[in-house]
Design a protein around this ligand. Structure first.
Ligand code: FES
Length: 94
């Protein structure tokens, strides 16, 4: 199973996740606070994270990310990024 490591609020937490889950789903299931104003539909950018390691282990950027201007590393929309292998992300806090 992929391991996803979150850096947030000065803490680091690693959890196992099923392949194909989004970074947002994984964070919320693990009790990690992550904003998601549009409900995970790719229309807000509040779930944006910085990928510290494992960008190649996420699904490719999709149209919603492109439409929201999330086009450059290390930025990804957590709700649109499906995990396919180990990843480390930094949660952006507002
Ligand atoms: S929750 Fe709105 S873009 Fe991800």
């Amino acid at each position: 199973m992929p391991k996803v490591t979150f850096h947030y609020s000065g803490q680091i937490k690693t959890v196992e996740a099923a392949e194909g889950q989004t970074v947002l789903q994984i964070a919320l299931d693990a009790g990690i606070p992550m904003e998601h104003a549009c409900g995970g539909n790719g229309f807000c950018t509040t779930c944006m994270c910085h990928v510290k390691e494992g960008m190649a282990n996420l699904s490719p950027r999709n149209d919603r990310e492109e439409n929201m201007g999330v086009t450059e590393d290390p930025d990804r929309l957590s709700c649109q990024s499906e995990v396919q292998g180990d990843v480390t992300v930094e949660v952006i806090e507002y």
